[in-house]
Design a protein around this ligand. Structure first.
Ligand SMILES: Cc1cc2nc3c(=O)[nH]c(=O)nc-3n(C[C@H](O)[C@H](O)[C@H](O)COP(=O)(O)OP(=O)(O)OC[C@H]3O[C@@H](n4cnc5c(N)ncnc54)[C@H](O)[C@@H]3O)c2cc1C
Length: 305
């Protein structure tokens, strides 16, 4: 019955944004319920070493960091359950959420459902993810000091990630399936002028090559889409920069999102187009996409709620 599931605040998402929102909401006596969805702990559960989250001078494993965040939120009465929201009705209060066969209602809703990096979808990419394959240069570039890396993509993100990687890697090769970059003119010019970056036009990654013991990337197999020629290139790392998809399918038609599907919020606030609904973390942030910024906006969302 819907009534048995009425809550003051429901938080959708159990990543850094959701758990931080829960911590603050719980400490404000709002007794939050977190619906953690398909990936409790969020994106950081897919990585190993996290070296840029403050408070861990020696670094911390992603899954461990998320376990600690969850425990801290639970210490103040947060309840976390493994439920994925499939649809919401935000047209009236209380808001209604459907998850499996259950219905939940709440007075305030915090959306912290994150975003998913887009991947190529090839088997070897999944096999070496975290072992040389990454979707975040800001997070992982440091591990590729003096190494040979490839970046896949042609937009602003690919250009920015390539330029960032030049600070660490010995050489960066940008692989793009077209013969010109989609990135803004200034970024495209900077990439093409950088002597540490070379471009492989009209090219796609067919396979990521590596060894198993210990798992690591050794190369990348690339196909020229015009000539059909396939070549193997030595590589230590490969960064996918082909965009992120915000997890907003369950909100379809209920809330304002931008062209790429990210929830739009009022300036300097987590307030969305629906009064009483707040958004935080990667689902509303196409730019920074970091655990610390997600946690920061999670705090804001709870305070706003
Ligand atoms: C491999 C990898 C390594 C990274 N390394 C770093 C790093 O070193 N440092 C750093 O700062 N950042 C790193 N990042 C980025 C960082 O993980 C994200 O910026 C951060 O996790 C975003 O937090 P979030 O809470 O907004 O969303 P997420 O972590 O994406 O969590 C989203 C949550 O929402 C839930 N959810 C989604 N849909 C639904 C639904 N329909 N119903 C209920 N729940 C739902 C998911 O199950 C998940 O619990 C990395 C990312 C990746 C992929």
């Amino acid at each position: 019955m819907a009534d048995s599931h009425h809550e003051k605040v429901i938080i959708v998402g159990g990543g850094p944004a959701g758990y931080t929102a829960a911590l603050y909401a719980a400490r404000a006596d709002l007794e939050p319920l977190v619906l953690e969805g398909p990936q409790p702990g969020g994106q950081l559960t897919m990585t190993t070493e996290v070296d840029n989250y403050p408070g861990f001078p020696e670094g911390v494993q992603g899954p461990e960091l998320m376990e600690l965040m969850k425990k801290q939120a639970e210490r103040f009465g947060t309840r976390c359950i493994f439920e994925e929201v499939s649809k919401v009705d935000l047209s009236q209060r209380p808001f209604t959420l459907t998850a499996g066969s259950d219905t939940y209602t709440c007075d305030a809703l915090i959306v912290a459902s994150g975003a998913s990096a887009r991947w190529l979808g090839i088997e070897s990419e999944a096999k070496y993810r975290g072992f040389g394959v990454s979707a975040c240069a800001t997070c992982d570039a440091f591990f590729f000091r003096d190494k040979e890396v490839f970046v896949v993509g042609g937009g602003d993100t690919a250009a920015e990630e390539s330029l960032f990687l030049t600070k660490f890697a010995s050489h960066v090769t940008l692989v793009h399936r077209r013969d010109e970059l989609r990135a803004s003119k200034i970024l495209a010019e900077r990439v093409q002028a950088d002597e540490k970056v070379s471009l492989l036009w009209d090219s796609v990654v067919e396979e990521i090559l590596g060894e198993d013991d210990p798992p690591h990337v050794t190369g990348v197999r690339i196909k020229n889409v015009k000539s059909g020629e396939v070549t193997d290139h030595p590589a230590d790392g490969i960064f996918m920069a082909i965009g992120h998809t915000p997890n907003t399918a369950f909100l379809k038609g209920q809330i304002e999102v931008d062209d790429a599907g990210f929830i739009t919020t009022a300036p300097h606030s987590t307030a969305t187009s629906v009064a009483g609904v707040f958004a935080c973390g990667d689902v509303m942030d196409p730019h920074y996409k970091q655990a610390i910024t997600a946690a920061g906006t999670g705090c804001q969302a709870a305070l706003d709620a």
